[in-house]
Design a protein around this ligand. Sequence first.
Ligand code: TYD
Ligand code: MG
Length: 453
Amino acid sequence: MTKQKTVWACSECGHSQPKWSGQCKECNQWNTFHEEQDFSHEKSRFLAQPLTAAKPQRVDEVVIEENIRVKTGMKEMDRLLGNGIVQGCFTLVGGDPGIGKSTLLLQISHLIAKQGLLVLYVCGEESTAQTSLRARRLGISSENLLLLSETNYSHIKRHIDELSPDFVIIDSIQIIYKSEITSAPGSVTQVRETATELMHLAKGRAISIFLIGHVTKSGEIAGPRVLEHLVDTVLYFEGDLQHNFRLLRVVKNRFGSTDEIAVFQMGEGGLKEVENPSQIFLEERMKGNPGSVIIPTVEGSRPILVEVQALVTNTAYSTPTRRSIGLDSNRLGLLLAVMEKKIGYQLHNKDVFVSVAGGLKIVEPAIDLGVILAVSSSLMNRMIDPETVVLGEVGLGGEIRSVSRIEGRLKEAAHMGFKKALIPKKNLGGLTEIPLEIIGMERVEDAIHATIS
Ligand code: TYD
Ligand code: MG
């Protein structure tokens, strides 16, 4: 009997090698190697491969076929994907458990099935009864939407062969397995092999396939990153489980632009698109509170107004507390140091808490000036004019640096009824048609004088 050949595969990046080692030399992660069966030499692995072999063609002779797109009818969703779902597109939807991936795809399935296209929803994670119950709660019923509770890949493929659906949803890729592979479902080999087979199905037969994938604690799709290379489009579903809004972010898109987001709200009737996200983030604002500043931030190409709140209190201990929610705590420390040095604030005996209201996470430095003004406002117990928005990156010397996409941000502020904007002086050029009183600022001190004192 021949000995079963095994390899050691990294669960983070999918790199495989013949021997175990503590650290993966590809992604530098520790303790990620698992022993798996070696499939790399097996012939005819991909049964679904198209029969016609490709021939080399001259670059100018290639016939460009217009992609056939199916619109879901969800305006934001279609925009995100680049004007609808491309036929034969292989898409991965990632996100934390409970964020709403199954709900979103069930709703999309319904919208597609309503147009007369056949949709097969493979619910491996939940039973068909559970999924059907959810569908009923969402008011979904369509003869073109079929549920299949199956986790064995060859059975799923047999059903796809029989039904030849236009759309297939796999909920989730981590639970699907091929029985020929001995490693557990969700392991690198299983995920890679099943996803590769599905990719050939999508491409060979022009079936649009959506994979649902779980995200690990560190925020990556569980299992190998190879999955991201295989698919055409990667969508991440994010949000705070405590808040009912969700962001769907495009990380990769072969058929449209990346870095776009769509905002949804989770409610009784499932997910609803939010066409005006600024409104929900400002909904619960109490005007006139010291420590509150409105900042026009940008998510993808979309400006969103958010409220940054700061609370400064006397510290009871020898080391002051600095806490931030929704922004990087190192950045906060840096901004506080600039305030101490440049404005002369005594913050060493103060606790500072800063939070982005609504649960949004902001990484762009354009919110720096807003954070400084919110902290100053709370420290001095003086409110900042509630009809003013603030924008600017702050350097270590206390200088206010320019930010990108200024026009879109200010237009959104004007659209939401704000009257005044404090922006970096370098951004002033060419801003003529914005119905706001715009003031350019060069240094942090000037901005504080203009708003607080
Ligand atoms: P789900 O789609 O199951 O998440 P995932 O597939 O990403 O794990 O969503 C689960 C959550 O959504 C659950 O906590 C209940 C909530 N939910 C609503 O609030 N309203 C609804 O109409 C539905 C269907 C779910
Ligand atoms: Mg689910």
